[in-house]
Write a protein that binds this ligand. Structure first.
Ligand code: DLZ
Length: 162
């Protein structure tokens, strides 16, 4: 076996401690603001903890999760970010609106990433109720904003490597 293929179970290169010099945009939706605000705090704190300068983090607020798509596009179009983190919270209601928004956002931000050839991170909670969202925004299931920030750091590291 080729030596470069020997350690395929070694993921240690994803254990990026220092992300100083990398630039990130965080696009965050206003809908369910108490929850998205907690996701945003988690993401910002995580980036700072990994050495990202405050001046290298730009926060773009948009009305709802659906607008995360154009928010991510605007971010890449205007500045060179290593990755864009999208944060939102869509809570199931009585109509099919939930499905339309969730599917559109997932597809839409993926397309933005492909368009600019840069990582876009899906930090959107899609829950049955508010409690499930609170549990994932600093509650018993952690903070998905923090996880999104770590993923952004990992992906920007990979993008720089290859
Ligand atoms: C309209 C709507 C509804 C019903 N629910 C949510 C939600 O739970 N989370 C969210 O982020 N946004 C919601 N929106 C707003 C849409 O994302 C969008 O802002 C509007 O449809 C206008 O494009």
């Amino acid at each position: 076996m080729s030596s470069s293929l020997k350690n395929l179970s070694d993921f240690s290169h994803l254990d990026v401690q220092n992300a100083s010099g990398s630039r990130f945009a965080i696009v965050v939706a206003q809908w369910n603001a108490a929850i998205t605000g907690a996701l945003l705090s988690g993401a910002v704190d995580k980036l700072l903890a990994h050495g990202v300068a405050e001046s290298d983090i730009e926060v773009i607020q948009v009305p709802g999760s659906y607008e995360l798509i154009s928010g991510a596009d605007i971010a890449f179009r205007n500045k060179s970010f290593d990755a864009v983190i999208c944060l939102g919270c869509v809570i199931q209601g009585e109509t099919r609106h939930f499905d339309f928004i969730c599917n559109a956002v997932a597809d839409g931000i993926a397309n933005v990433g492909l368009k600019y050839n840069k990582p876009v991170i899906f930090g959107v909670l899609t829950t049955d109720n508010e409690q499930q969202a609170l549990d994932r925004a600093g509650g018993k299931h952690g903070n998905k904003g923090e996880e999104a920030a770590v993923t952004a750091i990992q992906m920007s590291h990979i993008a720089r490597r290859f």
